[in-house]
Design a protein around this ligand. Structure first.
Ligand SMILES: NC(=O)c1ccc[n+]([C@@H]2O[C@H](COP(=O)([O-])OP(=O)(O)OC[C@H]3O[C@@H](n4cnc5c(N)ncnc54)[C@H](OP(=O)(O)O)[C@@H]3O)[C@@H](O)[C@H]2O)c1
Length: 333
């Protein structure tokens, strides 16, 4: 039976940060899955803005370049419709071929969802990146003061609660507006917020007067520089993202230089570690189990927006990049 699928394609190179007008939604014939392939009906995908902007026009490690006519990379969950490779129709899987209704892809690029989490879309939370940072890279110890930059984004909106559940004493996050600063404290479990775009040294000194023990940095630039200044002896810093470059309106999106005071790092024995969550696969099942248990106990929730209909996905990306969302942005195609 011939089947069609709608998918989001880049229409032309964006002039600056991508907007909805830079994409088009196209109907296409779905091929039969070949040997070792699966046909998957996507139930949802994450609008992973940083993956889209970073890949624009260039191949970057782990993300194929996004050129006109191409479909962006996007974490997705779906239901197997046909194919083999150890999967059966009805199985739920995660994979990277979002931004489309149906995906045909090699079975070895799909992972079974397992039954730890009650809703397949919870697998799109990206909380596990924050969990890996706060357990493997910059482990939280009881009473620690933790700083998360970009605290109302997909990762940051969960990282504050995760830090607290792991024993943090004080949790501070950065955001782009006073309205989001209020939501950080009222809804997302942070003790205090600092505003990007305003001098950070004084704000951090007021928000965490005894200094920082743990930093999950998703931004780089001035925020990382200020975090190093505020670090206490033996602080741990997990370099997790570089939004200063990835969400810049111009310039290379995978170069994120920053001036750091090495004397401070050395004299305070600060550990600074770049990392990819994918290099810590053991953290994922552990996160799923803990996320499920924290959800059951009402100790955490999943801040996100669900958007119905693939036609609305390009606009969802534009809104995400403009800072109009809190938490993860998911599309149910
Ligand atoms: N290391 C890993 O394994 C790993 C895995 C996944 C993702 N990441 C990285 O994690 C980072 C965060 O991803 P995410 O999905 O959590 O973020 P996100 O949800 O896409 O963040 C969206 C927020 O970014 C802020 N923003 C917009 N423009 C900005 C700019 N020019 N500078 C700084 N912030 C800006 C806005 O918040 P405000 O309005 O509050 O400013 C916006 O709401 C990315 O760098 C991504 O590549 C790393």
């Amino acid at each position: 039976m011939s089947r069609t699928s709608r998918e989001v394609r880049l229409a032309h190179p964006p002039a600056g940060l991508p907007t909805a007008q830079d994409f088009t939604v196209v109907e296409t014939a779905v091929p039969e899955p070949g040997p070792g392939e699966l046909l998957v009906r996507n139930l949802g995908f994450q609008v992973f803005g940083a993956a889209v902007t970073t890949a624009l026009g260039q191949d970057v490690a782990h993300f194929p370049g996004l050129h006109p006519g191409g479909v962006p990379f996007g974490p997705a969950v779906g239901e197997v419709v046909a194919g083999g490779g150890g999967f059966a129709p009805g199985d739920l899987v995660s994979h990277g071929a979002g931004w489309r209704e149906f995906a045909v892809l090699p079975a070895d690029r799909c992972a079974p969802l397992g039954d730890a989490l009650p809703d397949p879309l919870l697998h799109l939370s990206h909380g596990w990146t924050g969990y890996a940072a706060l357990t493997r890279i910059a482990p939280v110890r009881p009473g620690d003061a933790v700083f998360v930059s970009n605290a109302a984004g997909a990762i940051g909106s969960l990282a504050g609660r995760i830090a607290r559940l792991l024993g943090a004493g004080r949790v501070v996050g950065s955001v782009g507006s006073p309205a989001k600063a209020r939501r950080l404290v009222d809804e997302l479990g942070y003790d205090a917020a600092v505003l990007r775009g305003e001098p950070l040294g004084e704000q951090l000194a007021a928000a965490a007067p005894d200094g920082l023990d743990v930093v999950v940095d998703l931004v780089g630039g001035e925020q990382l520089r200020a975090a190093v200044e505020a670090a206490r002896p033996h602080a741990r810093i997990a370099l997790t993202g570089a939004l200063t470059a990835q969400y810049a309106t111009a310039g290379p999106r995978m170069r994120a230089p920053v001036d750091l005071d090495l004397a401070q790092l050395i004299l305070k024995s600060v550990r600074v570690t770049g990392f990819r969550a994918d290099d810590h696969p053991d953290a994922l099942p552990e996160w799923n189990e803990r996320f499920a248990s924290w959800l059951r106990n009402g100790e955490i929730d999943f801040p996100h927006t669900r958007i119905s209909g693939i036609d609305r996905a390009p606009r969802a990306l534009e809104d995400l990049l403009a800072g109009r969302h809190v938490g993860a942005v998911l599309v149910e195609p």
